[in-house]
Design a protein around this ligand. Structure first.
Ligand code: NAD
Length: 401
């Protein structure tokens, strides 16, 4: 079939297999150009490995450090006249390209929050990886989680806490600016959001791996977080999702203690990453307008990065740069340093106060935002013939074994 983008709200319901392959290839090319990551991890488990920061983590581990990778994600294959999700095509492309380089790469598709998928992953590691995992990347982003121990369905919300918040927001597709008012979350909504996006599931993964003796000595684990500037604080850092990230940080501290029992040098880190267009961030009110201003300013200043550049710096300049991992006063790895640079934030604050329908084109990189959005789903990649008939049924080599 000929596949065209079909955008509904902040999601595109179609994805292009050839374009997704071009995306994965472009990230691999970047990593290869950057050069090898010396002393990198050799066996890496990536939870949330199919898109965004998780996909880039898998690519940097494999093509930068020559690591064997197992990726867990929850994606939909093609069916009838529906395309697969972008994450499905990305995973298929990643595996094919990794196998061509002689790299071990297997993927598990299913609900990472469930006991069943944890068991399946543990079994695969037990079977294939002697000596266990030496890096676990936790990059799940989901609106929902079923707690496998209680059966409760938990739904995360993106709301302020304590009081309603009104702020500028944008419909990225139409370019229409408006003011959005979001009512504060209830206690129940905060509890749910922390249970979905906080540290509980990360801790359960790490406990299961440790109890099964599948962690290498000195294993590291990293979960991703975001802080951002004050102008998004009410909806992000001080909102429900921010609460979940606080929980994630508390989990990291507990996990580090656990990893350092018996004299090990392992540690759990929070890496604070840059705000970027991904399927998860497109869903957050206010944030897309901020990101489109951010893109403009960082491109002007020559410091703009995407997921792959960010994660390359995380591995090469932070996690595997030497005997210690540089962290801030709160113990967090900061690869949002260029986003948070005073020269960037000062300019954004100025533009934020002035941005309106008349000045939108002048201040915001809407074209760049839209391009990145379409690219997430495999569209707008150079060299791909979008008028050609393509087979939407693509297999992930290890998933169909
Ligand atoms: P994303 O939507 O691109 O990726 C989410 C991944 O989680 C996908 O691989 C998806 O398949 C997987 N997933 C979702 N539910 C699952 C389930 N039940 N079982 C298995 N896999 C599941 O998201 P992203 O933006 O890359 O976010 C990843 C992490 O990075 C999040 O913690 C997010 O808060 C953080 N982060 C994102 C940004 C940003 O601007 N995008 C900035 C800083 C930090």
């Amino acid at each position: 079939m000929v596949i065209v983008p079909k955008v509904r709200g902040f999601i595109c319901t179609t994805a292009h297999p050839e374009g997704c392959k071009a995306h994965v290839q472009a990230e691999i090319d970047y990593v290869k150009q950057h050069g090898p990551i010396l002393n990198g991890p050799k066996k890496v488990l990536v939870l949330g490995a199919s898109t965004g920061y998780g996909l880039s983590s898998r690519i940097v581990a494999a093509f930068g450090a020559q690591a064997a990778t197992i990726g867990v994600s929850f994606e939909r294959p093609a069916s009838d006249n529906r395309t697969a999700t972008a994450g499905w095509y990305n995973t298929a492309a990643f595996e094919t390209l990794a196998h061509q380089q002689g790299l071990y790469a297997k993927s598990i598709n299913g609900d990472a929050y469930s006991e069943e998928i944890k068991e399946q992953t543990l079994e695969l590691i037990r079977q294939d990886w002697q000596g266990g995992v030496d890096l676990v990347i936790y990059s799940l982003a989901s609106p929902r989680r079923i707690n496998p121990r209680t059966g409760e369905t938990l739904n995360s919300v993106l709301k302020p806490i304590g009081q309603a918040f009104s702020g500028k927001t944008i419909n990225i597709m139409s370019g229409e600016l408006s003011t959005v008012t979001i009512e504060p979350a209830s206690e129940e909504e905060i509890r749910h959001t922390v249970a979905v996006m906080g540290g509980e599931d990360w801790e359960w993964w790490m406990e299961s791996l440790k109890n099964a003796n599948l962690l290498a000595k000195d294993a590291k684990t990293v979960a991703y977080s975001y802080i951002g500037p004050e102008l998004t604080f009410p909806i992000y850092h001080q909102g429900t999702i921010g609460q979940a990230k606080v929980d994630l940080e508390q989990t990291a501290a507990r996990l580090t203690k656990c990893l350092q029992q018996e004299g090990g040098q392992g540690a759990a880190y929070i890496s604070v990453n840059k705000g970027l267009v991904t399927q998860a961030s497109a869903a957050i009110p206010v944030v897309p307008l901020y990101i489109s201003l951010l893109y403009r300013v960082m491109k002007e200043q020559g410091t703009h990065e995407g997921c792959i550049e960010q994660i390359t710096r995380l591995f090469a300049d932070r996690l595997y740069a030497g005997s210690t991992v540089p962290v801030d006063e709160g113990g967090r790895i900061r690869i949002d340093d260029w986003e948070m640079a005073p020269a960037v934030q000062k300019e954004i604050a100025l533009r934020w106060s002035k941005v309106d329908a008349t000045h939108l084109a002048q201040y915001a990189d809407l074209a760049g935002y839209r391009e990145d959005f379409y690219k997430l789903f495999g569209f707008e990649w150079p060299g791909v013939d979008y008028s050609a008939d393509v087979d939407a049924n693509v297999e992930i080599e290890s998933v169909n074994e």
